[in-house]
Design a protein. Structure first.
Ligand SMILES: [Mn+2]
Length: 316
């Protein structure tokens, strides 16, 4: 991290990137790092590939997050990937990231492929923890909005401090962030409690589609394109659905298929106590953490479910 801090001090013009289809950790970490660099008097752009989750639109400057079409023609002295396990996960920015001479990779996935020229990879609860520690190392003052962003990052990647990765370091970092006066009830209500009537109805569809396999140890659901259309929900606002399947009594592995294009599905995987769903996701063009991961599959729905269940059985 010392080497990374040194580069951040020396250089002036940064592009911050995260994984495609960004989640709370990616967005919170990326936006926080932008603010930290700006506090140091630097120029920094944060850009994503994919849609932004509606639930995070209470964050300041959310609408200013860059899109590929605005960014790809611009030049940067240094590119920084945060919460990106592998360079392929940079999506549309892969080329832009790699063309930079100084490429920084800050991540918390155990499977990280060390694709930067400077890498800091530590298997902690959220990338937001590493960004917080970097800010402390740089001696940059953290304001309330930055603390809010880092809290969002940490809270979303630990299931609101409820997963096995919610260790002492997670809780110590969170407690330090609380010291900056952040509004936890507002953050939690917005992210975990409030939902639109359409989101509630789509949840009903996901629950209705849920089936159990392997004596109830595997739970599977799906959402088809027509379900998204009927409920007027985009695929990017469906992060929470998988939690309801994971929480079924007796389930170890939960999976949900979300149809992104006709016959093409994004898959979310979760496990409760022992199954390595990072390994499972790796069989389906994906990856992630041992208790939470994602991948993709193509084909006819029932056939796709059968193939998923067959592989999942080897992990329980
Ligand atoms: Mn993360």
């Amino acid at each position: 991290m010392q080497e990374i801090a040194k580069s951040l001090k020396q250089l002036n013009n940064f592009l911050i990137l995260v994984h495609v289809n960004p989640d709370g950790d990616a967005i919170g970490s990326g936006m926080a790092l932008k603010r930290i660099l700006e506090k140091m008097g630097k120029k920094a752009v944060f850009a994503v590939d994919g849609n932004l989750p509606r639930k995070l639109n209470f964050l300041q400057e959310y609408s200013e997050i860059g899109k590929a079409e605005d960014i790809l023609s611009r030049d940067f002295e240094c590119t920084i990937a945060v919460d990106v396990a592998d360079k392929e996960r940079l999506g549309a920015y892969l080329g832009k990231f790699m063309e930079s001479e100084v490429r920084i990779n800050i991540d918390h996935h155990a499977t990280n492929s060390m694709f930067g020229t400077l890498n800091h990879v530590e298997n902690v609860g959220a990338a937001g923890i590493l960004v917080y520690e970097l800010a402390r190392l740089l001696g940059v003052e953290i304001d309330m909005e930055t603390a809010t962003l880092l809290y969002v990052a940490i809270c979303t990647d630990t299931g609101n401090f409820s997963y096995g990765n919610a260790d002492g370091r997670v809780l110590r970092t969170a407690s330090e962030l609380v010291g900056y006066g952040i509004d936890i009830p507002r953050i939690i209500k917005t992210i975990y409690k409030e939902r639109t009537i359409q989101e509630l109805k789509l949840l009903g569809v996901a629950i209705d589609h849920t089936r159990l396999f392997s004596e109830g140890r595997i739970g599977v659901s799906y959402i088809r394109i027509e379900d998204f259309e009927r409920c007027s929900i985009t695929i990017d606002d469906t992060e929470e659905l998988i939690d309801f399947i994971r929480d079924i009594y007796g389930v170890e592995i939960a999976m949900i298929l979300k149809e992104s294009e006709e016959g093409k599905f994004r898959i979310s995987f979760r496990s409760n106590s022992y199954a390595d769903v990072a390994g499972l996701a790796a069989l389906f063009e994906g990856g992630g953490h041992s208790r939470a991961s994602g991948g993709r599959i193509e084909g006819e729905l029932e056939d796709a479910i059968q193939r998923l269940v067959e592989k999942a059985e080897k992990f329980i």
